[in-house]
Design a protein around this ligand. Structure first.
Ligand SMILES: [Zn+2]
Ligand SMILES: [Zn+2]
Length: 347
């Protein structure tokens, strides 16, 4: 293959994902080029693969994937913090630091966020703003696949910090997919007293049990609200985390929380959807309802440190490895498999 070409996955439309020869990016001042060693699949990618982009904003075909780690192969002029040969990961975003939200410290809500896509490829070019604010060296003992999971873990950390989980709390999580399981691993480390998790797939609940859930509820066979109440002496959970992204489960979460408790609506719902919230519940029940969007460079840093220190072990979530050439099969596998959580894509 000529050195100015590379293989990359391009999304043409719903379930139309192709591997093509594209132009290998060239590096300008402030940028670095990374040879991707592993990219991990994400629930968001799967949703886009299955349903397509909802808005017409994205021009098709488009590069795809945002959780990755690799080796720096080229360093642009003026980059002093990073060197060729360094094992790194970078976030898929970087705030501008100038807009009103950034000035208020709400970096995840930046009005001029820079995004980076294209992890399912042989190479990825990291723009200068992300080089500066959201690129880290990976310690030698951390695998590329684990390092790639920094991104979803960073999002989960942001959400859980907003929800203020406290020592001894009972936490109920709706959904045992990659995001629900990352919430489980994290609240466990934050000292949750009891963790209850619900899903419709037994295989996922079994994995949840293995990595720390105290109680599992199969929502196909059991009434999740009634079971959660039963497991909390009728009060409801201190914190409920919705990790699916459907209006029905957002509403369900509101019925699983105790008086004075917190609901973290984490999963992104389809655009244009709404939920009903009882005014009485907010008033007499003092329920706190929170949304959480994306994350910040600080949380990316914390997430990699938590993985590197072994505090949060993300390895059980990477259930399979496949080659970049098999990317379409990988997404088909995720569509049908009951036991696969995240797949490591190796270029
Ligand atoms: Zn992700
Ligand atoms: Zn900003």
């Amino acid at each position: 293959m000529p050195s100015d070409k590379m293989k990359a996955a391009l999304l043409y439309g719903v379930k139309d994902l192709r591997i093509e020869q594209t132009v290998k990016p060239s590096v300008n001042a402030g940028e670095v080029l990374v040879k991707v060693r592993a990219a991990t699949t994400c629930g968001t990618d799967l949703k886009i693969y299955q349903r397509g982009y909802v808005s017409g904003v994205i021009k098709l075909p488009t590069v795809f994937g945002h959780e990755w780690a690799g080796d720096i192969v080229e360093v642009g002029e003026g980059v002093s913090s990073l060197k060729e040969g360094m094992r790194v990961r970078a976030g898929n975003s970087s705030p501008c630091l100038r807009c009103y939200m950034c000035q208020r410290g709400d970096y995840n809500l930046c009005l001029d966020m820079m995004w980076l896509w294209g992890a399912y490829a042989e190479y990825i070019k990291v723009p200068s703003r992300i080089v500066m604010l959201n690129t880290q060296e990976i310690p030698g003992h951390v695998s590329y696949e684990e390092a790639a999971v920094t991104e979803p873990l960073a999002c989960v950390l942001h959400g859980i910090e907003e929800a203020r989980v406290r020592l001894g709390d009972t936490v109920a999580i709706i959904g045992a997919g990659p995001i629900g399981l990352l919430h489980l691993l994290t609240v466990r480390k934050m000292g949750a007293g009891k963790v209850i998790i619900s899903d419709t797939v037994d295989e996922r609940l079994e994995l949840a049990e293995k990595i720390g859930a105290d109680e599992t509820i199969n929502a196909k066979r059991e009434d999740t609200i009634a079971e959660t109440k039963r497991l909390t002496d009728g009060y409801g959970a201190d914190v409920v985390i919705e990790a699916i992204g459907l209006p029905a489960t957002w509403e369900q979460a509101l019925r699983m929380v105790r008086k004075g408790g917190t609901v973290l609506e984490f999963g992104g719902c389809p655009p244009g959807t709404e939920i009903k919230v009882s005014t009485e519940q907010l008033h007499y029940g003092e329920t706190t309802v929170l949304g959480a969007f994306h994350t910040t460079p600080l949380h990316f840093k914390k997430a990699l440190n938590l993985i590197a220190s072994g505090t949060i072990d993300v390895k059980p979530l990477i259930t399979r490895k496949m080659r970049l050439d098999e990317i379409k099969e990988a997404f088909e596998t995720l569509t049908t498999s009951k036991s696969d959580i995240k797949i490591g894509i190796i270029p």
